[in-house]
Design a protein around this ligand. Structure first.
Ligand code: AIR
Length: 205
């Protein structure tokens, strides 16, 4: 059954840093083209999910999280924050994240990936860790660094790379959907569309 497009909007939000950030709500059906139109009425919308990553070089993978959240109509805020190279930026961000309206943090890093763990140490917001294939070990190092948290400070750890970034976004949506029926509805539609897009039989030449 074909899926209806859900109307989409775009606008601008000002985050706590004062930096304007693009804000999009797209259709929930992933196979459908997006419909975007200006709607100043959403200008007050604030990011509910933060996407942080250890390096700008991680963006090619971590943008999969932003894209998935966009498809589900969830505003997000993406930042480069390194637990090692910019530790003060991390503590500054975490000091106000919750009061700024952030409800879930997705943290992606490669190599000695301490970002998700250190983030979880500073907040009781749910932290979703995405190990990234940035180094010689192609993400196995980051996977172990992210998943092997000592008891008491949890990080929900996802697959290495783009699949992990996408699933972290879906998991963030599932968390928000517990208290947001609109997101619950879009998540259900996403699952439906995903199932409908799987062919019954393999392609033959
Ligand atoms: N990284 C940056 N600071 C701490 C860590 N673990 C990670 C980044 C990236 C990798 O180191 O998340 O995946 C390589 O970063 P770069 O900037 O050298 O490309």
């Amino acid at each position: 059954m074909p899926h209806k497009l859900v109307a989409a909007v775009t606008g601008t939000i000002v985050l706590s840093t004062g930096a304007p950030q693009a804000y999009r709500i797209a259709n929930a059906a992933p196979t459908m083209p997006r419909v975007l139109e200006e709607d100043p009425s959403v200008a007050e919308a604030r990011a509910r999910v933060a996407i942080i990553m250890g390096s700008a070089s991680d963006w090619d993978v971590m943008k999969s999280a932003e894209q998935m959240l966009d498809e589900l109509g969830i505003a997000s805020d993406a930042r480069v924050i390194s637990a090692h190279r910019t530790p003060e930026r991390l503590t500054r961000f975490l000091a106000t994240a919750e009061t700024d309206g952030i409800e879930v943090i997705i943290a992606g890093a490669g190599m000695a990936a301490h970002l998700a763990g250190v983030t979880a140490a500073h907040t009781i917001l749910p932290v979703l860790g995405v190990p990234l294939p940035g180094g010689e070990l192609r993400g196995f190092d980051a996977l172990l660094a992210t998943v092997q948290m000592p008891g008491g400070i949890p990080v929900a750890t996802f697959a290495i790379g783009k699949a992990g970034a996408k699933n972290a976004a879906l998991f963030a949506a599932a968390i928000l959907a517990r208290s947001d029926d609109a997101i619950l509805d879009r998540l259900a539609k996403f699952r439906e569309a995903q199932s409908a897009a799987v062919p019954e039989r393999p392609p033959r030449d």
